[in-house]
Design a protein around this ligand. Structure first.
Ligand code: PLP
Length: 430
């Protein structure tokens, strides 16, 4: 199934070692790129914000997934970050893909990935996209309503259908069940309709909400999925796959979530049932760091308090890669990369470890007042135009939802590094 051999006992140490190496490589790449810019003479856009991506981080996340969720075959949610090198690595690792549109399907097929490794996980699909999926043999797709079944009958009667059910996603960052998922009261009718239309239902899908935080949501969803599996089997469908969706975080909560889910799967689904998942942020959130340039500064003197603070304007904001603040409810943490002439901060240490004296608010470059990255943060030095900040954990739902509002670019360079030789070898980076 995939090319990694992971040795359980060594994995924890390998991950710690890799994470340290990752910081070093990212730090060197950030510094190298910024040093190469002549801020006084550079061409338009040369000082644009840029990412550094550690593909080794993505590789380690995959090892961690295999160790903790061995039964669940990941289908990476392309929407989260369709970075071509990330997709290439994941394709090399043999995992599947969750696509939600024609463009995403096309991007994956163009890498030579077998259509059987793709699930078109969008319960409400555009008709021409369904025709495209049919023409290219992307058979697996989700549905959650009767209208979609009629559409499928008309356009792709051979599709392998997954009935997406509602979950309790109230403890997640981004709730999806307000929009998608069949209520359990309605699944019997939907399955009966699918039978009457002679359609091929093969599985159940759910999503516990993106950025899920309550493991109990997974247990309930697995139990509900079992209920719907039994309903479908009673109608004669040959059910073979459960899709547990995404929602996994990359922080320490992953292990708990994975343990709870694995146990529930073993209780409710015998080993012959294939289990797939659609992780997005889990794979990429921590792999991407962004560096932004201070393009302007406003001094705010408070005569009453006798204090001076500063508003810093960066060349990226919520209409750009910081769209995750609006859409994904994130709070990216600014850190100083370069302050003053030749003062570099070591990215392995947090900027907050040095005494902080001055208050700043951090703003994006557009004309809109909503374009704020941080309303208050403290930094040690008097930062000024020409300095650079960086933000870690910027890989999920960032550049994929950036706009060109105000004429700012939505396409930013990515400098790739690789802290894992295994990933480098797969990509020919070594
Ligand atoms: N699958 C579906 C159908 C989704 O809508 C999403 C996110 O919106 C994902 C998977 C990925 O979720 P996450 O990034 O939380 O893993």
């Amino acid at each position: 199934y995939d090319k990694i051999k992971c040795v359980d006992a060594a994995l924890g140490a390998a991950i710690d070692y890799g994470a340290g190496k990752s910081k070093q490589l990212i730090g060197a790449a950030l510094k190298g790129r910024v040093e190469a810019i002549d801020h006084d003479l550079c061409a338009v856009g040369d000082e644009d914000a840029f990412f550094v991506a550690d593909l080794g981080d993505v590789y380690r996340q995959h090892m961690r997934w295999k160790k903790n969720l061995a039964r669940v075959k990941p289908h990476y949610a392309v929407k989260c970050n369709p970075d071509p090198q990330v997709l290439r690595l994941l394709a090399e690792l043999g995992i599947g893909f969750d696509c939600a549109s024609k463009t995403e399907i096309e991007q994956i097929l163009n890498m030579g990935v077998d259509p059987a490794r793709i699930i078109y996980a969008q319960p409400c699909k555009t008709k021409s996209y369904v025709r495209y999926a049919a023409q290219h043999g992307v058979k697996q797709m989700t549905f959650d309503n009767a209208d979609e079944l009629y559409k499928t009958k008309q356009l792709f009667p051979d599709a392998e259908l997954y009935l997406r059910i509602l979950t309790d996603d109230s403890a997640s960052l981004c709730r999806l069940s307000q929009k998608f998922g069949a209520h359990l009261d309605g699944t019997a009718d939907l399955l009966a309709l699918a039978k009457n239309l002679d359609l091929n239902v093969v599985g159940v899908a759910f999503h516990a909400g993106s950025g899920a935080s309550d493991p109990k949501a997974f247990i309930k969803a697995v139990q509900d999925a079992r209920f719907v599996f039994d309903q479908a089997e009673a109608l004669g469908f040959k059910m073979h796959t459960l899709d547990v969706g995404g929602g996994f975080n990359s922080d320490h909560t992953f292990e708990t979530m994975a343990a709870v889910l694995s146990e529930a799967l073993d209780v409710y689904f015998p080993p012959e049932v294939r289990i797939i998942g659609e992780p997005g942020r889990y794979y990429v959130a921590t792999a991407f760091t962004i560096a932004c340039h201070v393009i302007a500064r406003r001094t705010v003197a408070d005569a009453t308090l006798g204090t001076t603070s500063y508003m810093l304007y960066l060349n990226d904001g919520v209409y750009g890669n910081f769209s995750n603040i609006i859409f994904d409810h994130q709070h990216p943490i600014p850190r100083v990369l370069k302050a003053g002439d030749g003062m570099w901060y070591d990215v392995r240490r947090s900027g907050y470890e040095t005494p902080s004296q001055t208050e700043y608010s951090i703003w994006g470059p557009t004309c809109d007042g909503i374009d704020v990255i941080s309303s208050s943060c403290m930094f040690p030095d008097v930062l000024d135009v020409g300095d650079w900040l960086y933000f870690e954990d910027m890989g999920a739902y960032t550049k994929c939802s950036a706009t060109r509002f105000n004429g700012f670019t939505d396409s930013h360079d990515v400098v790739y590094v690789c802290s894992e030789p295994g990933a480098g070898a797969l990509l020919g980076m070594l």
